[in-house]
Design a protein around this ligand. Structure first.
Ligand code: PLP
Length: 391
């Protein structure tokens, strides 16, 4: 038998994905574990996909996406992200995931360091492992609503650092970085000659402040921006996303996307064009609903004295499972017991990094009644759990 010698051979699945896979599709479980919008994909988007399936041959296409989709993405980036890429800087990818992976493959060599927030989205672990890169964490500050501390970011930089990964609005903290913070982070990357990989998958969901794209401050072609239809248009399963890369990088990113998937299915691309160029009222309605759910969740935590900060964007909330002075909680064991005993699924904080090891992350993409029952249940169970640990 040949040996398992790939970069991923020793990689353990992140516990969030492990737990989510275990409860997938179970309707006896209250689902707050994943960023899965409970809204349906808007009908005009579904119709565009169906029309393509009916009327067009579903053949191969260009690796970076059909011209109509790249133009629609470029226009959307002008509208939402406030910078103006040329159409050939745009590459359609299999969701934000496919875009991030393709970008990392182009930006890193083996053992290069990628600066990743602590806490950060659970998906980065396996991507960095697949790219052969090393994750170096920079802390976000819980007392400041999970904002970065610029000095701590700088302190994490070493001669092997290649990429500064930014994610605002952020998962899991829900921080929205200010214009000044973003400008200073890009300047920092310039000073240390780093690439900036900006994951902007939640850019339509900002409840306080404004969304600012690092690319707005890109003076010399070092910022790579990744976006997606998944969250804004409730299209997680369609797998439609994009990369906007500096011109010198765009060809490599296209090769990386093509090497993995050749191209996105044509009907998915047509649906994405309809999403990005069609009426945007659906996005505003979903954003308003997420804001209401955020307020509901925040109110529930406040009533119980468990509120620590106000998420400013995205649709997640971190809840501490034990106080600073109390013994730490094993968030994976907690999440597993909460599923087994109370039928509630959340994401264990340790999935996002050491900083949130004693937290639970609740996704606010579920219906308000589920949030009410799920969050109250989780807090009750946490109290029981602490008592059990103390005896
Ligand atoms: N980036 C962040 C921060 C996310 O939270 C997610 C999904 O939850 C993604 C990227 C991937 O999204 P997509 O469905 O577009 O691959």
């Amino acid at each position: 038998m040949p040996e398992l010698r790939t970069l991923l051979a020793g990689q353990q699945p992140n516990p969030m994905f492990r737990i989510a896979a275990r409860v997938h599709g179970r309707d006896d479980i209250l689902h707050l574990e994943f960023g899965e919008p409970d809204f349906a994909t808007p009908p005009h988007v579904v119709e565009a996909g169906l029309r393509s399936l009916r009327d067009e041959r579903q053949g191969y296409g260009p690796g970076n996406g059909i011209g109509a989709l790249r133009a629609a993405i470029a226009e959307r980036v002008r509208r939402v992200n406030r910078f103006a890429p040329a159409a050939d800087q745009v590459i359609a990818s299999a969701g934000g995931t496919g875009g991030l992976m393709a970008a990392l493959l182009c930006l890193c060599q083996r053992d290069d360091e990628v600066l990743v927030p602590d806490p950060a989205w659970a998906g980065y672990d396996a991507m960095l492992a697949a790219a052969g890169a090393r994750m170096v964490r920079y802390p976000l500050q819980p007392a400041r609503g999970w904002q970065p501390d610029l000095e701590a970011v700088e302190a994490a930089i070493s001669p092997r650092s290649r990429v500064l990964l930014l994610n605002s609005p952020s998962n899991p903290g829900g921080a929205v970085f200010s214009r000044e913070t973003i400008e200073r982070l890009v300047a920092l990357a310039r000073r240390h000659d780093l690439w900036v990989l900006s994951d902007e998958c939640y850019d339509e969901f900002v409840f306080e402040g404004e969304h600012v794209s690092p690319a707005c401050f890109d003076e010399d072609g070092r910022v790579v921006t990744v976006g997606t239809c998944s969250k804004a248009y409730a299209m997680t399963g369609w797998r439609a996303g994009w990369v906007v890369a500096p011109e010198r990088l765009a060809g490599s990113v296209t090769l990386a996307v093509s090497a993995a998937i050749n191209n996105l299915p044509l009907f998915v691309q047509r649906a994405a064009v309809a999403a990005l160029t069609g009426p945007q009222q659906c996005v505003r309605e979903m954003a308003a609903a997420y804001r209401e759910r955020r307020d509901l969740a925040v109110g529930l935590l406040r009533e119980r004295g468990a509120l620590q900060y106000l998420p400013q964007g995205a649709f997640y909330l971190l809840a501490a499972l034990s106080g600073d002075a109390e013994p730490g909680v094993d968030s994976v064991a907690f999440a597993e017991a909460l599923i087994a005993e109370w039928g509630i699924a959340i994401a264990p904080g340790v999935a996002f990094g050491p900083a949130t090891a004693r937290y639970a992350r609740v996704s606010l993409a579920s219906a308000p009644e589920e949030l009410r029952v799920g969050i109250s249940g989780m807090l009750d169970f946490a109290a029981t759990w602490r008592q059990r640990a103390a005896t």
